[in-house]
Design a protein around this ligand. Structure first.
Ligand SMILES: [Mn+2]
Length: 405
């Protein structure tokens, strides 16, 4: 049976300047500045260890259209490691590293195929004698609003067809609506895999054939939370297999602490420390936003929290596997009287009525329960669970409303 194995990575953003984070201690900031490079080295390591047939880079290799010389030379050297092992690379440039940028051109090695600004096909015969057609295009300019998907045409004569597309699934994100497409348009092409780039959060849009945003390889701000990486993909006539490889060197995370039983400052310190230890990861750094919910200390003031933050930071300064708390957010326990709120405001009265009458759980949760994998694992919710969800939702809503004033 014919089979191919390859790496799908995207949005590497080499030499990302990590704006707004200069306030971090020098060693941590430097680690962050190096992280996009380190992450890419891990992508190449994964390609070599797994002896993949080829590597796909789905756009935004460079963070900036001037493509820093350092980033270019680095890329070239890393791709040469693949060249030595006879592993070809197929890459497209995205909106960040479009072809009209003004950069000093540094030639990439001979194993690397760069798609031009029109959709074209590149043909490959692997060592195990499978034939692959790869389709893609690079951004000729920064803003590509055309529906480039229309230009992808399957050309027969290959065992596997793979689309490479740096673009936005319409309605899926706040990112620029570049080279937009609908999922149905990708499915219509009858390809075996879609290697997508542009959205930095990893997403499996379709299982078979796999249509995948691999996400970026290293987070660059607090919005890009969690482990970042690439996929090792195996396609066989019988189906596909995807394995996520974490490449990020520093991860953003949110550490949520239940403060309901915390009655002293010392208690708050202890619970933060414990959470930090829990978050520590071998060989990685972490930048953490700590959120303390329902804190029950009667009187605390902001200065105290600032001081606590400083102490926790001090303890992480020299760690290589640091968990650096950036911020501590305190969500106080909220005591509200439903009846009183409803009596004083028509809005709240209406809101509580709507909530009490809400029973459309099944409809709301349908996408989850119809999901092929989730459905196997989820049992249906009990009446008690439904009541608890409703109570939680109500609390959350009122909390937000009161905070907004
Ligand atoms: Mn990007």
């Amino acid at each position: 049976m014919k089979s191919v194995t390859f790496i799908h990575a995207a949005d590497i953003h080499l030499d990302s300047p990590m704006v707004g984070l200069q306030g971090l201690p020098k060693n941590i900031f430097q680690r962050l500045q190096e992280s996009t490079f380190k992450a890419f080295t891990r992508v190449i390591d994964a390609a070599l260890t797994n002896s993949v047939d080829f590597v796909i880079l789905a756009g935004d290799l460079f963070d900036h259209e001037d493509r820093s010389i350092r980033a270019q030379i680095f890329l070239k050297k890393e791709l040469e490691r693949l060249e030595k092992e006879g592993i070809p690379v197929f890459l497209v440039h995205g909106n960040h590293d479009h072809l009209s940028g003004n950069w000093t051109d540094i030639k990439l090695p001979g194993n690397t195929y760069v798609f031009g600004s029109e959709v074209s096909v590149s043909k490959l015969q692997t060592k195990s004698d499978a034939t692959v057609h790869l389709y893609g295009f690079s951004y000729g300019k920064k803003h590509v609003y055309e529906r480039k998907i229309i230009e992808y045409q399957r050309q027969s004569g290959a065992d596997f067809h793979i689309g490479i597309l740096h673009g936005n699934m319409e309605g899926s994100s706040e990112h620029g609506n570049y080279a937009p497409f609908h999922l149905s348009e990708l499915l219509e092409k009858e390809f075996d895999y879609w290697a997508l780039g542009h959205i930095h959060k990893k997403m499996l849009l379709n299982e078979e054939p796999p249509i995948v945003y691999s996400g970026n390889t290293q987070g660059r701000n607090k919005k890009e939370k969690g482990a970042k990486g690439c996929y090792i993909v195996t396609l066989q006539e019988a189906g596909s297999q995807l394995q996520f490889v974490e490449t990020s060197d520093v991860n953003w995370s949110e550490l949520v602490i239940n403060g309901a039983n915390v009655t002293s400052v010392d208690g708050l310190y202890q619970i933060c420390r414990a959470k930090i230890e829990e978050a520590r990861r071998e060989g990685r750094g972490t930048l953490a936003h700590i959120v303390v919910q329902d804190l029950s200390i009667d009187s605390y003031h902001a200065a105290m929290v600032d001081e606590l933050l400083e102490i926790l930071q001090e303890e992480e300064k020299e760690e290589t596997e640091f968990v650096w708390p950036i911020h501590i957010q305190i969500d106080e326990a909220l005591n509200f009287d439903k009846e009183e709120l409803a009596n004083h405001s028509d809005f709240y009265e209406e809101l509580f009525t709507v909530m009490d009458e809400f029973i459309e759980f099944e409809e709301t949760l349908a996408p989850l329960y119809k999901h092929p994998s989730a459905r196997k694992l989820l049992s249906s919710l009990t009446q008690q669970e439904l009541t608890e969800i409703k109570k939680e939702a109500e609390k959350l809503l009122i909390q937000k409303l009161i905070q907004q004033g």
